[in-house]
Design a protein around this ligand. Structure first.
Ligand code: F3S
Length: 406
């Protein structure tokens, strides 16, 4: 791999231990992917969940911070395994809170922006077209690549190395030829709203397999629709890229998006395919509902408002825990506008910083989760928790009734 003088100085330790180990990681990953060089990144989004990093991750971050590491590009932080405002209030997770808080403190000491959300797009953080970035939350990758025309792989620990050095290995979605499509998908069913786009994300992932899809059949999705699609697609698919013809900057036409020599042999997604995709995620055998989670990825202010409007004048059944997962920023806006108070009066909890999937405070085995997010439904199905998957309004009705009614 060709390295610049700066990169070589980092690799050989002349600029300190933090950038040396970070550079070693990037070079090893780059070599594994036959990357010829390291390229600059414009920003990093870092996974910091205590559930996944645990004590080994905490020790690495603290050692980096103690040895003077600083994040050299704008770095935002993904969700935590607990809500910061709830520290000390949940006895079952007290013994693990310290690990999560120390992870967060170490990242902030190195200069991270304490966003603690999987949906930083709602905070106005949007990489520029053709900009390479290193973002760690899988749900963000299709949005970055398809909607913004920026470039990211689905990063793991290498995102930390990129934050410390400002570089990433030039492979995968950073290389234009690797971004071309290989499967044509025609959506013939009308799709509208985040609930539909979440289901569509799963259906497209299943239809394209490991081939980057080129999708036709709908107009430009809203930010909420596309983040719902992106999260669902990345949950079911290993890919980081989709093309939406007429929307993705690299896909003004079908021909521009498809790799040369691929015969257009479209797979059609109709209303029946969407209904089948929705049904596939239901594992509950009865109508019991214990926890309801809206906001995967983290809900926008408008989506919070939609829940408040849907539940207006009614109250969530006392046996049901109804959560709307949001960033701290969104929770603050909801409190200022009176929305949070309306929701609290109806028995709905705004949960900031975290989500049911990575929270220390897990849903007990054998209980039933209801959600309007295909990603949460898909991931939860691998645990010993039953799943109900429906629309936001299905979930609100179930919350009020205390059982699934759709
Ligand atoms: Fe975000 Fe948790 Fe969903 S991290 S994308 S709310 S599974």
């Amino acid at each position: 791999m060709k390295l610049t003088d700066l990169q070589r100085d980092m690799l050989e330790g002349r600029l300190g231990w933090p950038s040396q180990i970070a550079m070693r990681m990037l070079v090893a990953v780059g070599d594994a992917h036959d990357a010829e060089e390291l390229i600059p990144v414009g920003s990093v989004h870092l996974g910091v969940s205590g559930m996944t990093m645990a004590e080994p991750g905490m020790r690495l971050l603290e050692k980096l911070a103690e040895r003077g590491a600083k994040f050299v590009v704008p770095t935002t932080l993904n969700i935590l395994s607990m809500e910061r405002a709830a520290v000390g209030t949940v006895p079952a997770i007290r013994d693990r809170e310290d690990v999560q808080l120390r992870i967060a403190r170490a990242c902030e000491a190195m200069g991270a922006n304490p966003t603690y959300t999987c949906n930083p797009f709602l905070l106005g953080i949007q990489p520029a077209r053709d900009e390479s970035v290193a973002w760690n939350e899988s749900a963000t990758a299709p949005y970055i690549n398809a909607m913004l025309g920026a470039r990211t792989n689905r990063e793991g620990a290498t995102a930390l190395a990129s934050a410390v050095t400002g570089f990433t290995a030039n492979y995968g979605m950073h290389v234009p030829r690797n971004r071309l499509g290989a499967a044509l998908i025609e959506v013939t069913a009308p799709v509208s709203g985040s609930d539909d786009f979440s289901v569509l994300g799963g259906a497209v992932a299943r239809a394209c397999g490991t081939r980057i899809p080129v999708i036709e059949g709908f107009a430009r999705p809203t930010l909420d629709e596309m983040t719902a699609f992106s999260a669902a697609f990345a949950a079911v698919s290993p890919l980081a890229m989709v093309h939406i013809v007429g929307v993705t900057p690299e896909a003004p036409t079908r021909a521009a998006a498809m790799a040369p020599g691929i015969a257009p042999d479209p797979v059609r997604i109709d209303a029946a395919a969407l209904a089948a995709e929705r049904a596939r995620h239901v594992t509950a055998k009865d109508d019991a509902v214990d926890v309801i989670a809206i906001g995967c990825p983290h809900a926008s202010f408008e989506q919070v408002q939609e829940v408040a409007d849907a539940v207006e004048g009614r109250r969530i059944d006392g046996k049901v825990r109804f959560l709307v997962q949001v960033s701290r920023d969104c929770a603050g806006r909801a409190a200022q506008s009176g929305l949070a108070q309306r929701l609290a009066a109806a028995g709905v909890t705004l949960q900031a910083d975290s989500c049911v999937h990575v929270a220390y405070d897990e849903i007990p085995a054998g209980r039933t989760l209801a959600t309007n997010s295909l990603k949460i439904a898909y991931l939860t199905a691998s645990h010993d928790v039953n799943v109900r998957f429906g629309t936001l309004h299905d979930c609100v009705r179930a919350g009020v009734a205390g059982r699934w009614t759709a």
